[in-house]
Design a protein around this ligand. Structure first.
Ligand SMILES: [Zn+2]
Length: 100
């Protein structure tokens, strides 16, 4: 297990993990519930983290995550009413894909 990245919030952490898993990386989100349980910790110690199970996949995971993070920034509105930002092509709320 190696830590790949820290995400600014759980929604983004979940999207990153899904993107990595689509490419065959065994990625998991850690500390996702710590923020609620450990309310006295500084915020930067409560952020969700992306961990890679297989060290052999770590370099590939770094490249894939960089590609996900560097997608063109687009904002779109999903059919469920969510506003999607950050270049994601799938709604974090309902799972719908961005309309083409
Ligand atoms: Zn949606």
């Amino acid at each position: 297990m190696r830590r790949l990245a820290q995400a600014p919030n759980l929604a983004i952490a979940t999207l990153w993990v899904h993107a990595l898993r689509e490419d065959g990386i065994d990625a998991t989100v850690q500390r996702e519930f710590l923020g609620a349980v450990m309310g006295h910790l500084p915020p930067d110690q409560c952020l969700p983290e992306i961990w890679i199970d297989d060290d052999a996949q770590f370099a590939l995971a770094q490249r894939l995550l960089a590609a996900v993070q560097n997608r063109p920034q687009r904002t779109w509105h999903c059919v469920c009413g969510e506003k999607i930002e950050g270049g994601f092509e799938q709604c974090w709320h309902c799972g719908e894909m961005m309309p083409r």
